[in-house]
Design a protein around this ligand. Structure first.
Ligand code: SF4
Ligand code: SF4
Ligand code: FES
Length: 213
């Protein structure tokens, strides 16, 4: 049986079940930590590198989605080191992002916009070298779902959602800046047997997978 532990996050006393991941404990207590890839109740794989915090007693910042809470833990969600790591990680993501909020289905319901606002970071940093592959085609083969890979932040959530609720047709392909989420054989969603269930769009934190208007 798990036991209740008490900890401090940004001077706020909170309690949680021992072993819970710090990210969820913070969010449940209205303390915002940037995050893109974590899914509650699933094993975290820490891909986005945005949820860093400082834990007293630890030499380096840790990712809060992989950090279990414990009794008397003291956490700081902001520090010079944390802010710098989040800024760098965010810039990296935005360098590979087709930014067009006005015409995006994710507009006003987008984790990138939320992170930018919370951390006062520009969505389009001045010195950014854009590396978006504008050639990547939009997959509009389904009646309900549409996928724009140029807006994908590679969080991997749609892969999990498709495995759990759909036909398990999505996965990562390629490496480095060519990395993309696609179907086996890089065929359209329709050809791959997509069920059009919408589970992928539901978990997508940005406007990459969405339900058509
Ligand atoms: S995914 Fe978010 S940041 Fe990107 S274009 Fe859409 S609304 Fe803007
Ligand atoms: S399509 Fe959306 S949910 Fe899937 S990896 Fe890209 S950003 Fe994440
Ligand atoms: S939410 Fe922790 S690394 Fe993405």
């Amino acid at each position: 049986m798990s036991k209740t532990v008490n900890l401090t996050i940004d001077d706020k006393q909170v309690s949680a079940q021992e072993g819970e991941m710090l990210l969820w404990v913070a969010l449940e207590n209205d303390i915002y930590i940037p995050h893109l890839c974590a899914m509650k109740d699933y094993t975290p794989y820490a891909a986005c590198r945005l949820c860093f915090v400082e834990v007293e007693g630890k030499k380096a910042p840790v990712t809060s989605c992989t950090q279990p809470v414990y009794e008397n833990m003291v956490v700081h969600t902001r520090s010079e080191r944390v802010d710098e790591l989040v800024k760098k990680g965010f810039e990296l993501i935005m360098s590979n992002h087709h930014l067009d909020c006005k015409n995006c289905p994710g507009n006003k319901n987008c984790e990138l916009q939320k992170i930018a606002k919370a951390r006062k970071l520009p969505l389009k940093p001045k010195k950014l070298i854009q590396q978006v592959n504008e050639e990547l085609p939009i997959d509009d083969s389904m009646d309900k779902i549409v996928y724009d890979p140029r807006k994908c932040v590679l969080c991997g959530k749609c892969i999990t959602a498709c495995k759990e609720n759909g036909n398990g047709i999505l996965n990562f392909a390629h490496r480095g800046i060519d990395r993309v989420i696609t179907t086996f054989g890089n065929i359209s969603l329709k050809e791959a047997g997509c069920l059009d269930c919408g589970a992928c769009a539901e978990v997508c934190p940005v406007g990459a997978r969405s339900i058509k208007e």
